[in-house]
Ligand binder design. Structure first.
Ligand SMILES: Nc1ncnc2c1ncn2[C@@H]1O[C@H](COP(=O)(O)OP(=O)(O)O)[C@@H](O)[C@H]1O
Ligand SMILES: [Mg+2]
Length: 424
């Protein structure tokens, strides 16, 4: 097991393109870190530099306390689990798992190989499949065989590059749970790359968000969701994504308000501090911040109720999505289309998406009374995209809670393993 430390890691390819621009990241021993970002942001490049398949142009990579920039992949003792499984179709599951130990470079006895294969197969619940060929296995089972291969090498860390992207949605969900469970019970340091924010949010202890080769934020899933550092992270994390609206500060005799295309929001202390020195901000509000004012049992005091025309609704059983068209202020449009390009076209809607209680009777064509709390608004600088409402104390508390939860989960996994060991 090992810790992995990235210190100002840079990758400039031979054609002069800099794909990774000075990434700092500390991955603790036993930790499960997710690297997430849109396609082309440098995730695979970073992972390949860690494992040694790609030279590091600048910066320092350490495994435990040793600098390994110039070490060959085999001397780093990290195991890459590839997306396409790379299993040998003519070999049994047993031989596929044993494969890395049969290479010339390893001089293990048949007995030792057998012990290791059986230990991995037990962990991965592959015992009854050991004599089968990969072609006859399900995608999930094949994935486990690929992990078995990594386990038998006693690698000090696992590296995954989008291992689930070829699987269908249902299996992806199952494999996600499986990988999370395995990682916890094995306690092996793991770096997992994905472009899928849902995968990132459900898997990782800590998620590192990458944009165009630059690290934006490293935090727990909740930290990213509630306290994003900037527009990019806010727009990338969450599904359906955060809504972005223009917000103009209007100072009036009846008090100052933040004017959104959907409502005027009185400036409370928090919002006032955030807009200080600005007339215009980008306002982010998540779909789930809204309530149907006529259907909710929530206390609506202190919030803003506004009547909006519903263009379309989608009822999904547990939630009702309603779509509300609005005009975006021309001045923030450019920033938002830049964000849109970064996010592969997922954010620039001129429609507000609201997630209402499934009991809501709001339908297309209605003028609905929707409610939101000003506390749910995130304000961003329209030029830099910095989150002006980020609360450092709350953010730190979320990270503390996440660390505590992880510790409990690891302890429970250990107890479970001990119990199962006794039974066996
Ligand atoms: N061998 C290479 N030579 C030049 N540019 C490359 C090479 N490999 C990748 N790139 C570029 O580096 C960027 C990051 O690529 P990659 O790490 O594969 O992104 P991701 O895995 O996040 O989709 C992309 O713009 C890609 O085109
Ligand atoms: Mg990639």
């Amino acid at each position: 097991m090992a810790s992995i430390t990235l210190n100002k890691i840079v990758k400039t390819y031979d054609d002069g393109f800099t794909a990774v621009k000075g990434v700092d990241l500390d991955i603790a021993d036993g930790e499960f870190v997710i690297l997430v970002g849109p396609s082309g942001c440098g995730k695979s490049t970073l992972l390949r530099m860690i494992v040694g398949l790609e030279d590091i142009s600048d910066g320092e990579l350490r495994i435990d306390d040793e600098v390994v920039n110039d070490k060959a992949p085999k001397d780093r003792n990290l195991a890459m689990v590839f997306q396409n499984y790379a299993l040998y179709p003519h070999l049994t599951v047993y031989e596929n798992i044993a494969f890395p130990m049969r290479l010339k470079s390893s001089d293990l006895s048949d007995e030792e190989i057998d012990t290791r294969v059986r230990r991995a197969s037990k962990l991965l619940e592959l015992d009854e499949h050991l004599e089968r060929k990969p072609a006859n296995l399900s995608g999930g089972q094949r994935q486990r065989v690929a992990m078995g291969r990594a386990i038998v090498r006693n690698a000090s860390a696992f590296l995954f590059d989008e291992p689930l992207s070829n699987l269908d949605a249902k299996l992806r969900g199952q494999m996600r749970t499986e990988i999370a469970r395995l990682q916890r019970s094995l306690g092996i340091t793991t770096v997992y790359v994905t472009h899928d924010q849902t995968e990132a949010m459900t898997l990782g202890d800590r998620v590192a968000v990458l944009r165009r080769g630059e690290l934006q934020q490293v935090a727990s899933p909740r930290g990213l969701y509630d306290q994003p550092v900037n527009l990019f992270v806010a727009g990338f994390i969450g599904s359906p994504p955060m809504n972005f609206l223009s917000g103009t500060v209007v100072r009036g005799a009846d008090g100052d308000v933040l004017r959104l295309p959907i409502a005027d929001v009185p400036l409370d202390d928090r919002l006032r501090a955030a807009v200080e020195g600005r007339d215009l901000v980008i306002v982010g509000v998540r779909p789930d911040a809204f309530e149907d004012a006529d259907a909710t049992e929530r206390d609506l005091t202190g919030g803003v109720t506004t009547e909006l025309d519903i263009e379309m609704t989608e009822w999904l059983g547990e939630v009702l999505y309603a779509y509300v068209p609005y005009e975006t202020d021309a001045t923030v449009k450019e920033k938002l289309s830049e964000l849109d390009r970064d996010l592969d076209g997922e954010s620039l809607r001129t429609e507000l998406v609201v997630a209402l209680d499934a009991m809501s009777t709001v339908r297309a064509g209605d003028a609905a009374r929707l409610w939101f709390s000003p506390d749910a608004l995130h304000l961003f600088d329209p030029e830099t995209g910095v989150n002006l409402t980020r609360d450092e104390a709350k953010a730190e508390k979320l990270e503390e809670d996440a660390r505590a939860a992880r510790k409990r989960a690891l302890e429970r996994a250990k107890e479970r393993a001990a119990r199962e060991g006794q039974r066996a």
